[in-house]
Write a new protein. Sequence first.
Length: 124
Amino acid sequence: MKIVERKFGGLKGRKRLFLNIINPLDESDIKRISRDALNSVDERVRIESLRKLKGVKNTLSSVILTFLDPENYGGFDIHSYDELFETNSKTRPKNMFTDTKYFLEFLSEIKTGCQETGSGGKIH
């Protein structure tokens, strides 16, 4: 919940929406699922573990992972996706927020870009 508070601090409507989704969740489930996700070295397992939490899809997974490990993750949203893959509202995948494949492709593309430019990004 702290991550949602920080991410959407000034956006009261979005913050309220996410908190209404997350608040009913059992805190022990949140901690267990988060621990399982972060203990894995497999990106797909990390993302899909976090997505077991009600209301958590690719975007919120990226927020959680970026908050916890900013050197290895980045925010996944329509703007970053469009920039990276040269898409727009007509050409971007309609299920990019619900299909883990798109978040994994995003992470892979960022990693490749960091390696090519020598920018020091450590996305694994």
